[in-house]
Design a binder for this molecule. Structure first.
Ligand code: ASP
Ligand code: MG
Length: 411
């Protein structure tokens, strides 16, 4: 049973970028309180604080120990919670701020990307009973051996979802600087439309594919526990996008969004011997180094040789190059090519499950635009194509139009 009187609100960095914005947020929170709601607020660090702390660390160390990074990064959110509490007092409203550790957000010990194991919400519940607004630092927790941990970039979303789950909140509202979830990035597609609703699965795909409205991991948790959610802007009063279980009307639409991710690079190992064990040798080494591999393609071989291509995060490329330069010799491969100038374009929609031909349509739209496809991957509800980075925006616009997503057009 949800407790519809409890609402969890999360405010991202831009929403609390400076004292003026913090006062605005305090006003908004206060207005909900006045309606009689119990409110738990999760806040991110002010503006670009976390980025600044990361680069500060980089100035004293090439490879800062992750435990110390967590000590440093977790300070950002401690500043914003205290300031928001003060701003609420200024409005005559009692509030109390807490760090993640104080409210019992227990995580595993994997520093900089910890997973929440448990939340002991007693302290929060007690303070709500006293009539206070409870403000919790996002993005952080404490491990079983009392070490401070952080939940990965964008992790305040995770804090909000986890609290909404344990408190059985009636709603978890994610306040950000955009009005909701769009059919495409409005900076690329001016006609992009705000979606009224989106399913957890679609949101998870879109977040993982590069639509930066929500941390992808937090969507997995929201979906698993059916946490009712909304993404909306803290700069306006417009209704945002509701994230829910699948609804019937969502299935009628083939494609609900088009995303682009320019952060990956493509690696091709050329002329690998086509025999058992070669791929495993390569990908095992990458996995051991903690490198996430996204798309993988191996060509059919006519000559006992084959090429293996895959994509990784561009920031991991130096590590990947080091590993590969060693194995290339072991594998007796002829060489390796790297391409940073790629983009992954994806179309997402749960309606694809029950329709065929979406892939064919996507390929033909790209063909009409004379855009060459370098790699393809599919899942039940998405199709992704890697194209050259300079053609990415054109591809997104063409797909957005052809799949009938633009604002004024009808399908
Ligand atoms: N401040 C953290 C970050 O920038 C967490 C968050 O904002 O969600 O990643
Ligand atoms: Mg964020």
């Amino acid at each position: 049973m949800k407790n519809s009187n409890i609402i969890v609100q999360k405010y991202g960095g831009t929403s609390v970028a400076d004292p003026k914005r913090i006062k605005e947020v305090a006003k908004r929170v206060n207005s909900y309180r006045k309606k009689g709601q119990d409110i738990v607020v999760v806040v991110s660090a002010l503006g670009k604080t976390t980025d600044k702390l990361v680069s500060l660390a980089g100035e004293v160390s090439k490879n800062p120990p992750e435990r110390e990074l967590d000590m440093l990064l977790s300070t950002g959110e401690q500043v914003s919670v205290a300031l928001l509490a003060m701003a609420l007092y200024e409005l005559g409203q009692e509030a109390i701020s807490f760090t993640g550790a104080q409210v019992g957000i227990i995580t595993d010990s994997s520093h900089t990307k910890a997973k929440i194991l448990d939340v002991n919400a007693k302290k929060i519940k007690d303070e709500l009973k006293r009539g206070k607004i409870v403000i919790v630092a996002g993005f952080q927790g404490t491990s079983l051996d009392q070490e401070i941990t952080t939940l990965g970039r964008g992790g305040s979303d995770m804090t909000a979802v986890a609290l909404a789950k344990v408190l059985k909140a009636g709603m978890c509202e994610i306040f950000t600087d955009v009005k909701g979830v769009y059919t495409a990035d409005p900076r690329i597609v001016p006609h992009a439309r705000k979606l009224e609703n989106i399913s957890y699965d679609e949101m998870l795909e879109m977040a993982s594919l590069g639509a930066q409205v929500m941390q992808a991991r937090s969507m997995e948790v929201a979906s698993k526990f059916n946490v009712p959610m909304k993404v909306r802007s803290s700069f306006s009063h417009e209704e945002g996008t509701v994230i829910t279980k699948e609804a019937k009307d969502m299935e009628g639409v083939l494609v609900r969004g088009v995303t682009v991710n320019k952060t990956e690079a493509k690696v091709t190992v050329c002329d690998v011997l086509d025999k058992p064990g070669e791929a495993s040798r390569l990908f095992e080494k990458l996995a051991c180094a903690g490198i996430n591999v996204d798309m993988i393609i191996q060509n059919v071989s006519k000559t006992k040789m084959t090429d293996i291509s895959f994509t990784v995060e561009e920031k991991d490329l130096p590590k990947v190059q080091k590993i590969i330069s060693k194995i290339v010799k072991e594998m007796s491969a002829r060489g390796v090519r790297y391409d940073k100038k790629i983009a992954k374009i994806s179309v997402v929609g749960i309606g694809m499950r029950s329709h065929s031909g979406v892939a064919a349509k996507m390929f033909s739209i790209l063909a009409q635009e004379k855009i060459n496809i370098k790699m393809i991957s599919t899942s039940e509800i998405k199709i992704s194509c890697v194209v050259s980075e300079k053609e990415a925006d054109k591809a997104v616009r063409a797909l957005h139009k052809a799949f009938g997503l633009s604002r004024k057009e009808k399908k």
